[in-house]
Design a protein around this ligand. Structure first.
Ligand code: HEC
Length: 120
């Protein structure tokens, strides 16, 4: 008996369902990879524009909006909670990122900001 006839409608549906599940699993895994983007990449994608790669705020938009130097004592002396709040809710010309960056990633960004080398 040729193979196609052995595979009944039921079997075919199971195979299709299995394929669909595999594709979904694949997509979900890709999502996890993206969620675990290193903070440097998150910073580059969302913050670089105004704050500059080095955190100085020495960029066109950064100067126009008066973005603060993220390496300054004024910023570094603030608590993690305070910095988290500014990034989450925004302040003045600083946009809110609550809808764009997950809380866990915002926490990583706070640590990342603190790790930017201090200017000499
Ligand atoms: C559109 C330009 C812009 C972008 C994009 C931007 N910022 Fe800002 N940011 C500002 C400005 C302007 C301020 C100063 C806000 C104020 O206090 O008036 C600021 C302030 C801050 C402060 C607080 C400094 C302080 O003294 O309290 C932190 C921390 C900060 N930004 C981090 C980030 C992070 C992290 C990102 C990316 C997720 C980001 N910013 C993206 C413009 C920007």
């Amino acid at each position: 008996m040729p193979l196609p006839q052995m595979i009944g409608e039921n079997m075919r549906q199971q195979i299709l369902r299995f394929l669909a599940a595999s594709i979904l699993t694949c997509l979900a895994t890709t999502g996890v990879t993206r969620a675990e983007m290193p903070p440097a990449n998150i910073y580059k994608a969302n913050c670089d524009l105004c704050h500059g790669a080095d955190g100085s705020g020495d960029t066109g938009p950064g100067k126009a909006f008066h973005a603060k130097d993220l390496r300054s004592d004024e910023v570094r002396n603030q608590s993690d909670a305070a910095l988290t709040e500014v990034i989450t809710k925004g302040r003045g010309k600083m946009p809110a990122f609550a809808n764009k960056i997950k809380p866990a990633d915002i926490q990583k960004l706070v640590a990342y900001i603190r790790s930017l080398p201090v200017k000499k």
